[in-house]
Design a protein around this ligand. Structure first.
Ligand code: ZN
Length: 425
């Protein structure tokens, strides 16, 4: 958000508060801060009204409990020793006891928002909304015409392009390449804005250091793709009112009028068999069928058209984890050589981030995610990074911190993309 825009927002807030309630002003000023495309909506009392989700903490001792809770519609955000916490629709929450779960505490999302955004830094303006993300990508492409191409891999439900920056001085646009390829993605989940920032920072880093020997080597030998904003509709929806909505999914209007399909449960890998929900209102709703969403179709088509892809990184937030397949079944990757590669890559990357490397299903079983599909369908060594922080909205200062270490991890991933199997020797 531009400074002038921000000043206007403050003015708008102050005016609306003068006419309206003091509470509105308080919340508005102390709340965030992400780019605000629709100022006229800012003062609207609609913010989070009609959102019937609760933040709950439920007893859950192991991954089987956690998987069961995902299926019951709980969007697991935090995992404690004997509990998990996250968002759940009211109607689904009311069924938890009947399903044998013990709800330790619960709080309407409106209450949760008040409490958790209370101390937010005034400005997250440094975060990039859709237009600013595109401007940043265009800027990088314009400044590095010899090394980059920028193209859309497909359109969202609302018609936004999903932009992808290619870094490859030898092959441009959508020309196929025989070079080993790496694909970095951010923001499958709307509210995980930090993941967009990390992917953007990676692109900027590689191009700023394109003359340095190590980076130069990767630019000369690899085919690198970065799509920072996979779910732009959701990301815009999350910030549309000027206040965060904790929105996770895309913006599909479901048959029951609820909003969104969970893109990271919509891939065709044991689709919707475990750890995802058939309830359209659930945050982990898998959609009516696998690849029902234009966003996941775009990723599928992109990946399927590039047989040279060797590695894939999907950035999410938050938990300080590095996850690898399987997510959808509670067994290790069957191919021993592949398993060795996954473990070695995970170790290599977490040496830089300090995150915990883990097979995804050790956390909970969840089917239909990007990484299981990319590995199962295409043999790509695919990872999910859960960036650091203790909230989806960790403020501006977190960007540099998370980006610095994750860029190092990404550069490590590039260093093994030429031949992942060298790690199995
Ligand atoms: Zn996520």
């Amino acid at each position: 958000m531009k400074k002038t825009l921000y000043a206007f927002l403050l003015f708008a807030l102050a005016s609306s508060a003068a006419a309206g309630s003091f509470e509105q002003l308080r919340d508005g000023l102390e709340l965030p801060s992400a780019p605000v495309p629709f100022l006229e909506a800012e003062a609207s009392a609609q913010y989070l009204q009609g959102d019937s989700r609760y933040w709950v903490t439920v007893m859950a001792g192991d991954k089987y409990d956690r998987t069961g809770l995902l299926e019951a519609g709980l969007d697991i955000v935090e995992i404690g020793k004997d509990t998990v916490s996250g968002f759940i629709e009211k109607t689904e929450m009311e069924q938890l006891a009947a399903k044998g779960f013990i709800v330790k505490s619960r709080q309407a999302i409106q209450e949760y928002a008040k409490k958790h955004l209370k101390d937010f830094p005034a400005a997250d303006a440094v975060y990039h909304n859709y237009q600013e993300t595109l401007d940043e990508l265009k800027g990088l492409a314009a400044a590095n015409p010899g090394e980059t191409s920028l193209f859309s891999i497909g359109r969202t439900i609302e018609g936004r392009d999903i932009w992808c920056l290619r870094i490859n001085p030898a092959e441009k646009g959508e020309t196929p390449s025989a070079r080993p390829a790496a694909f970095f993605m951010g923001n499958h989940h709307a509210r995980e804005h930090l993941s967009n920032e990390v992917a953007l920072a990676l692109a900027a880093h590689l191009l700023a250091r394109k003359a340095e020997p190590e980076i130069k080597k990767y630019l000369e030998t690899l085919d690198i793709y970065i799509a920072p904003l996979t779910n732009p509709d959701g990301a815009e929806y999350d910030i549309q009112t000027g206040k965060y909505r904790w929105h996770r999914k895309n913006t599909r209007v479901n048959a029951d009028k609820t909003i969104g399909v969970d893109l990271n449960r919509n891939y065709d890998s044991l689709w919707c068999q475990a750890g995802s929900s058939h309830y359209p209102s659930a945050d982990t709703y898998c959609g009516p069928y696998a690849f029902s969403e234009p966003e996941t179709q775009a990723v599928r088509n992109f990946v399927e058209a590039r047989k040279n892809l060797k590695t894939l990184m999907s950035y999410h937030s938050y938990s300080s984890l590095l996850l690898y397949p399987w997510a959808g079944k509670a067994v290790p990757v069957e191919n021993g050589k592949d398993r060795k590669v996954f473990e070695a890559m995970a170790k290599g990357m977490t040496a830089f981030t300090g995150y915990k490397p883990e097979q995804s299903s050790d956390l909970y079983v969840a089917t239909g995610d990007t990484t299981d599909w990319a590995y199962a369908a295409r043999g790509i060594f695919s990872f999910t990074t859960e960036l650091e922080g203790t909230t989806f909205y960790p403020g501006a200062a977190m960007i540099e911190k998370a980006a610095a270490k994750n860029i190092k991890a990404a550069v490590y991933l590039l260093s093994v993309t030429d031949d992942p199997y060298k790690l199995a020797q």
